[in-house]
Structure formats: structure tokens, C-alpha cells
Design a protein around this ligand. Structure first.
Ligand code: FES
Length: 111
């Protein structure tokens, strides 16, 4: 079987209201993950591209957060309205969306 060309991890972490680190999916709907799955299906990208729900990716202050491997592209403040553009321009087109990119120097690397 060929390897994935891209594997997206979509944070769906939900914390109690008022938690200082917030929640990527405060309502617990999984809407962002479902939007990615639907858009990948619409473009017939499976099985080479996968979208999986993830727990906290430790970039909470930039949430909602999506990371794409193996390219290690971190996107923050991702909304459902961004999904088609991410799939079209990043996954298919190989372009990094600067308005969503979390710069490397802003990533938490607590080790
Ligand atoms: S809650 Fe989503 S990165 Fe931490």
C-alpha cells in the first residue's frame, strides 16, 4: 500500500468553559474534522490523504489547530470556511496559506 501523501490531524479538544487555555472544539461538534473528511471525499483524495481527529496538540492559544504531516504545516484559527481552501491550495496545490500558518517561532515546543 502506498504511504499517505498527507495526514491531517484536527484538534477536537474540549475543555470546561473558562479554562485559560481554551478549546479547539468548544462545542464538541467535530464540525471541523467532518468538514475536512467531506472535502477530501469530494476531491476523491482517499486513501492517500487522511483527516483524523486529535486531542490537544499543545498549540491551544492558536486554536482551532490543524497540523499536516509529513509536511509539518501548522495552521491556526482554522474555521470550517477555510477547509475547502486548505484542501485545494495546500493539499492539492502544495501552497502554504500564510494567513493561517503558525510560524515556527510561535509554536510551543515544551519538550
Ligand atoms: S486544545 Fe487544541 S491544541 Fe490544545
Amino acid at each position: 500500500m502506498p504511504p499517505f501523501t498527507s495526514h491531517l490531524f484536527i484538534c477536537g479538544n474540549q475543555r470546561a468553559a473558562g479554562h485559560p487555555r481554551g478549546s479547539c472544539d468548544a462545542c464538541g461538534t467535530g464540525a471541523l474534522r467532518e468538514a475536512f473528511k467531506a472535502e477530501l471525499k469530494r476531491h476523491n483524495l482517499g486513501p492517500l490523504v487522511r483527516a483524523n481527529g486529535a486531542g490537544c496538540l499543545d498549540q491551544c492559544e492558536h486554536g482551532p489547530v490543524v497540523v499536516i504531516y509529513p509536511q509539518a504545516i501548522w495552521y491556526g484559527r482554522v474555521q470550517v470556511d477555510d477547509v475547502s481552501r486548505i484542501v485545494r491550495e495546500t493539499i492539492i496545490g502544495g501552497q502554504i496559506l500564510q494567513d493561517l500558518l503558525i510560524p515556527a517561532e510561535k509554536l510551543n515546543c515544551r519538550g
